[in-house]
Design a protein around this ligand. Structure first.
Ligand SMILES: Nc1ncnc2c1ncn2[C@@H]1O[C@H](COP(=O)(O)OP(=O)(O)O)[C@@H](O)[C@H]1O
Ligand SMILES: CC(C)(COP(=O)(O)O)[C@@H](O)C(=O)NCCC(=O)O
Ligand SMILES: [K+]
Length: 279
């Protein structure tokens, strides 16, 4: 069994993948915390022959995790942001400083779709661009839905956006504090994503496929007008591509990869932008 770990600022996600059949056998998530214990949080390390890790938590969290796992598991692969990988050139001035979850997402997106816009809706919302040919432009970092809400301190932090809400409802003016906050932060997130996408595609003259991942991807997806696909396992896809272990992975297959949505034409993107500038 292969254990894949995606340690984010809020949640540490894990999944067990069958090394022979490439099927996902189980998955889960625990809060990212300082003294995270893989032995007690993740079931049955005895069946695990290899671990792949993407972590943006404090270095000490990763160090402890790796130390614990090395005792129990033969192979532990830790992903790093590098200047180049799998045909993608990292756009950061200091490539190692790009969040490794963003790098994994960009690599997975490029492997799946060629040039792409990779959006990760977690504690932060990140929007990264890779052009056809593999040039990563860099990206944008915004507070995620939960962080935006907590920063307001209006006593609404415990009333989350219902992930099953329809976008039309979430974009209406709120008539209670909690609604005004939820609808405000939702509007901020989806309009920023739509606008960023249009600006960058227009500027670079290419309509890129968009891929969405992260804990808030489903609800944000409903408000994003740009054609896109949701890929909950996108960060794991980067781990698979960087450290291929199964036959399917060596053949370039990433688990749960969605059908890529055809982007709208550049003309439409340009017209939409021109219109929004008039408002
Ligand atoms: N069951 C859940 N528990 C916690 N957060 C959730 C849950 N479902 C959705 N979320 C949202 O997902 C975000 C965490 O998403 P995730 O992609 O795991 O973030 P990170 O990678 O930063 O840890 C939270 O900030 C919250 O807005
Ligand atoms: C931007 C992030 C905080 C997003 O993390 P997440 O919301 O997925 O927990 C993470 O990718 C990170 O710590 N990045 C380092 C800074 C950078 O990418 O420039
Ligand atoms: K994120």
């Amino acid at each position: 069994m292969i254990l894949d770990l995606d340690i984010g600022n809020t949640l540490s996600k894990w999944r067990l993948k069958d090394a022979d059949s490439s099927e996902i056998r189980s998955r889960g998530a625990v809060w990212t915390r300082e003294e995270w214990r893989p032995g007690s949080d993740i079931p049955d390390l005895d069946v695990v022959e290899a671990v792949r890790i993407s972590s943006v938590a404090r270095a000490a969290v990763l160090d402890d995790t790796v130390k614990l796992l090395r005792h129990r598991v033969g192979a532990v692969h830790v992903a790093r942001s590098t200047a180049e990988a799998l045909g993608v050139i990292n756009g950061y001035e200091e490539p190692g400083r790009l969040g490794v979850d963003r790098w994994m997402g960009a690599l997975a997106g490029y492997q799946l779709a060629g040039g792409c816009c990779a959006v990760d809706c977690g504690s932060a919302i990140t929007v990264d661009f890779v052009l056809p040919g593999g040039k990563h432009l860099g990206g944008y970092i915004l507070p995620g839905l939960r962080l935006m809400k907590e920063s307001l301190k209006l006593g609404t932090r415990n009333v989350a956006i219902d992930p099953d809400s329809e976008a039309e409802e979430l974009l209406e003016p709120g008539r209670r504090t909690v609604e005004a906050v939820n609808h405000g932060i939702y509007m901020a997130a989806v309009s920023a994503i739509n606008r960023i996408y249009c600006e960058v595609c227009d500027q670079h003259g290419v309509a890129l496929p968009m891929l969405l991942t992260g804990g808030d991807a489903r609800v944000i997806s409903r408000g994003v007008q740009v054609p896109h696909a949701v890929w909950p396992d996108m960060v794991y896809g980067g781990l698979e591509a960087c450290f291929p272990l199964t036959l399917a992975e060596r053949a370039g297959k990433m688990a749960g990869a969605p059908k890529v949505a055809e982007p709208v034409s550049l003309e439409k993107i340009h017209a939409g932008l021109a219109f929004s500038m008039l408002l």
